[in-house]
Unconditional design. Sequence first.
Length: 625
Amino acid sequence: MRLPTLLLLGLLGQAAQAQTAPFVFVAYPAPDARVAYDHVILEGSVPPGATLSVSGQAVPVGPDGLFMTWWPLRPGTNELRLVARQAGQTGTRTVRVVRTVPRLFPATPTAIDRTTLSPGGQLEFWDAAGDTADERSIRVSFSGAPGGRAEVRLGTVPAAPMREGPAGTYTGTVVVPPQAALSDVPLSVRLTGRDRRTVSAVAARVSSATGRAQLGAQRPGTVPGLGLNPAPTALSTPSGQPLLYPRDGMTFAVVGRQGADYRVRLAPGLSALVPAAGLQLQPGPVPVATGGALSLDGTLQAPAEEPVGTLPPATAVPAAAPPDPANAGPSALGAPEADFSLRVPLGGARSPFTVQQTGPGRLVLTLYGPLAQPLTPPAGPDPLLDRVEIRSGAAGVTQVTVQLRAAQLWGFSANYDGDDLVLRVRRPPSLDPARPLLGRTITLDPGHGGTQLGGAGSLRIPEKGLVLPIARRVGELLRAQGATIHLTRTADVTLGLYERGQSAEAAGSDLLVSLHANALPDGRDPRGVRGPEVYFTHAQAQPLAAAILAALRSGLPELGPGAGLKSGANLALTRPTTQISLLVELAYLTDAGNLRALHSPAGQERFAQAVARGIAAFYTAQSGR
């Protein structure tokens, strides 16, 4: 009786399946999404073999049930009714998408859209006399009835005209007088329209004084890691561009406040905005750094030749030719190497600074603030060091350019150490040409995870689930070549954005490779946009990025070439400097062919093989130098 029973159950199951209405899975857009464009990417899947229509219009469906279409939207609410049909059964789903359109004011009656007033809030100038005219300038804007005449006024300061462009958008600038004592004075705009009516509104309130600058210090514990450069702590230019990533204890002359930000003076005429929550204020001036001779810590000594130095204004005396830095350091291949360290004497001051890689083997440390005596080059040689150049530019700004003999950098950072500031650079590792990955440490980061789904997966697996098996397999392939592999996650768990870089830093990794799948934002037509892209911030990551990109293009040519290398990226996973850091967008979720490759086990194996091959090719190239 057992066989007939199983057969009967199977037949009943098939009958039940045949009578089940086909599902309609919509990966994007989300219900009640608001889109400011005339089209949206409508994507998802239905059961294989089903047909699909959207609002009565047939939509192409792949053999696996995948659909992706560039769907037009009319202004306002769009109800998209998706109907799937299969074996006489019908499944439906309705998705509402709101297309928003900019509010356009009529020419009459005269009106100001108060929600568009900028800058808004409270503006404070604590040392207006020490600010330049540009630093005391306030740019004001609003939207309102087109074709009018507008002006901006600060208290009793003469009104300044505002320009219109585009139609209905008005902008102007008012300058706070350097010696003015203002207390909560309204910054107001006036608009006279075509109907000769005049309306006004307050954009912000302004206070100013002179000589009230305070000392601000970055709160302890607010800056994680040695070189993560987290965006929430960044100092930005008045226009909003990132300028400087602070370290705990870094001190500033705080000269004002704009909403949730303090305005700090890095040097005369050079202001930046810093999140107020990260600073603690106290009375007193900014400490003056001592300056003096730079020194080298923990160097691997070569025979003493000519000291490294500078000739004014920027011509350096090169160090004598040392042994090949690739062969310097511990004798054991693949063993950790002692850092190259350049010590800048500050006498306990915590002067602001930035460190940037401006070329192969070239780092520029920019120090802000006064020095009791000029910086001078270090006296001793180091096998890794070619020369040091020191420039004193604008008042209170000193640049130290460190040119290293190794074109490929493996990580750098700068932090306060005792009374000094120390720039640390990782020495090139000693690699065995026969097994260049032997003993190397690599961190692989499968993007997203847990509550962070990543991009929508139209075949019902989101980005987080597509990149995890690929990252695991890359790890297996690299371990087989002798590498020590750290995965930021091995399961579907939630990780903080900066935990990923911090784990690579803590492990002493050579590389941080974050794996993702790409998707287009609203407003971009997805048709024809496909292929891999590799993002990096610092030039030290360019050779690795190029090696991985080449391996992806050769190993999966059907993906399309993609946009290629994306240098100068401002991403949390590419900004870390303590190791080579980059982010790989393997392929596009918004391209049907790319998605199918990411989704299939065979495709995932090919992605993993390509990434591992690119990493191995990078190490092989470095082992021959």
